[in-house]
Ligand binder design. Structure first.
Ligand code: ATP
Length: 306
């Protein structure tokens, strides 16, 4: 009888693996909207992380050769520091993330991590070194334990709890109907925007990457959530090389370097104080009037005034 069932078991196991990979891919698609496979070089080397310095040198890139998206972009993020990228929609901010993640190869220029061209290292190790906190986190139709552990599949339950504590979501989870066994996602408990971001933060804390890419939420989180999430975001970016697509004034003020991107070029760069002193075209905008059901929202949204 066992013999008879063996092939079925085998199929079951592999089906789950395949299914999981599809879900992973779905997650990636959601993070980056599209996914083109780039191959490892035949002699791809191990990525050696020292302090996680990331450098973009003379990058030009187009998804379609007829339409350049990035033109001659150069900047360096010293290991452990934070760059905030601001600018109007379509300026190429997310494209920088996709290129560092090596979803596409460059047409011109190079990106290095601690001096190693990302085309020369193993893709898996490159992606292992980068944590992503997207605007809208994808949850799997599984329990919350699984969803957080996704950041590091080998993590113990204890490690998951610690990460959830650091992301300030542990106590909330204990109040869910089945605690860490509570099903979330489309077919389970629907988490709020702030809770989903905390799941992404907890995953990243578990993953413990030297580099973090953060796409700050533009959607109106309520003021309370908003203020709270700031400290968790600081926990996850602390001592890590960080690139943030930023919308909040507080994020921008704390960044070591701000890049203003417009139509694929860096049109201004410097610290917040430098940009203010120089009289930037870019300035904080007052928040839009709050929807009537929300309390007045002091959130400040950054926009480029051109
Ligand atoms: P937003 O703030 O709206 O997210 P962004 O600054 O992040 O914008 P990108 O997403 O990097 O901008 O897009 C830059 C340009 O590249 C846009 O004109 C966009 O339409 C184009 N683009 C993005 N992805 C693709 C793609 N897969 N194929 C072709 N063009 C694309």
């Amino acid at each position: 009888i066992t013999q008879l069932y063996a092939p079925l078991n085998w199929f079951g196991t592999y089906y789950r693996v395949i299914q999981r990979n599809f879900v992973d891919m779905e997650n990636m698609l959601a993070l980056f909207t599209e996914h083109i496979e780039v191959q490892d070089a035949e002699d791809a080397k191990d990525l050696q992380i020292k302090n996680g310095t990331v450098s973009f040198s003379n990058i030009s890139f187009a998804y379609d050769p007829r339409q350049p998206v990035l033109r001659d972009i150069s900047f360096t993020i010293p290991g452990g520091s934070t760059v905030a990228i601001v600018g109007p929609s379509g300026g190429g901010k997310s494209t920088l993330f996709r290129l560092l993640f090596r979803f596409y190869d460059l047409q011109q220029g190079c990106i290095t991590v601690d001096g190693q061209d990302i085309r020369d290292v193993r893709q898996r190790q490159l992606r292992q070194a980068i944590g992503v906190v997207p605007q809208d986190t994808v949850l799997f139709n599984d329990d919350i334990l699984y969803n957080i552990r996704y950041g590091k599949v080998s993590a113990t339950d204890e490690e998951v709890y610690e990460a959830a504590k650091a992301a300030q979501i542990h106590d909330k989870i204990l109040h869910f109907p089945d605690g860490y066994g509570t099903k979330v996602g489309e077919r389970g408990l629907r988490l709020s925007g702030g809770e989903k971001q905390r799941v992404a933060i907890a995953r990243t804390i578990l993953k413990n990457p030297p580099i973090v890419l953060l796409d700050e939420a533009t959607s109106a989180l309520d003021t309370h959530t908003e203020r709270n999430i700031q400290s968790e975001l600081r926990t996850v970016t602390k001592n890590r090389t960080t690139m943030i697509i930023a919308h909040r004034l507080s994020t921008i003020v704390h960044a070591d370097l701000i890049l203003v991107m417009q139509e694929g070029q860096i049109v201004e760069r410097g610290s917040h104080a430098e940009l203010m002193r120089r009289g930037t075209r870019w300035r904080p905008m007052p928040p839009p009037p709050p929807p009537p059901h929300l309390l007045p929202n002091p959130r400040e949204v950054m926009e480029v005034m051109l």
